[in-house]
Design a protein around this ligand. Sequence first.
Ligand code: GDP
Length: 364
Amino acid sequence: ALTAGIVGLPNVGKSTLFNAITQAGALSANYPFATIDPNVGIVEVPDSRLEKLTELVNPKKTVPTAFEFTDIAGIVKGASKGEGLGNQFLSHIRQVDAICHVVRAFEDENITHVSGQVDPITDIETINLELILADLETVSKRMDRVAKMARQKDKEAVAEYAVLEKLKDALEEETPARAVEFSSDQEKIVKGLHLLTSKPILYVANVSEDEIGEADNDRVKQIREFAAKENAEVIVVCAKIESEIAELDNEEKEEFLEDLGIEESGLDQLIKATYNLLGLATYFTAGEQEVRAWTFKEGMTAPQAAGIIHTDFERGFIRAETVSYDDLVDAGSMAVARDRGRVRLEGKEYLVKDGDVIHFRFNV
Ligand code: GDP
């Protein structure tokens, strides 16, 4: 399964945020064993469409979908001491599919900041530099390998060498690989390098309790400005409040948010943004027994998406009876949607879309 890693300097609020994540997951009836690996937190994906479908179909139960966050700081702390912590940090980042970079944007004189003052851009750059240096090493090593072939005018080697040179120049100027533009052929070469700074990233600005629902403070503004250069999203949270919210049930949570004057908790925003960042999307099954959200990777075909439910569904796939969420809600029932010709019979090549409500037909 795809996972997003939580990174950041010490004392920025990572553990507090991760506790909120695991707490939220642990309260869920669907993931009672979510804490087998203490560094992995399973979160349910908040999705109002699921509630609406439940109203329409009135099933016996409703099951949201979920995905994983990995607490990279936690892994580093608990890791054996054979290797430098720096190397371990990097090797753990290598294993995640996206990065949530937590940046301290709260003021609290009682909590020491590692470099003595709270400066979000320096903080971001401190971590990013580690990743950039690691990528530079990867790129340089690869250049040594392909140089000879490139000199002999081997076509593929020449193409790869050009990409590597461009990457090297960018990284040397502390530009992450994700911010470098390449043609689609070149993108494939870049992908093969598995660079750390190619991984999709978002920034989490951790603000104080009294700043929830307020206008951005200067630090948040700075973080937004920085992130914009990488086309990265910024999610503003107060980790401390999130860890309190995570202990509430749904009703209490709604009241609490209302008191704060916000519609959606920072954690819920983070969950949704990270889900998108990972390239994940949701389709639904909606039967009398169960209405359920399923996570698929964007670009999956109908049989592949069916395989997420059960391998038999993929192997024996015949057709996907599909209606978009909007069409179904518009129609008010499956029967009306069908009458209106909104229910399509999709075949093996169909690329599943976010919000599709699907009934798979298959042979056993
Ligand atoms: P980590 O080292 O990045 O995992 O940071 P922690 O989660 O351990 O947080 C470091 C300290 O900052 C702890 O004392 C937290 O209680 C505190 N902290 C975390 N988030 C907030 C916040 O939003 N507001 C305030 N005032 N303190 C926070």
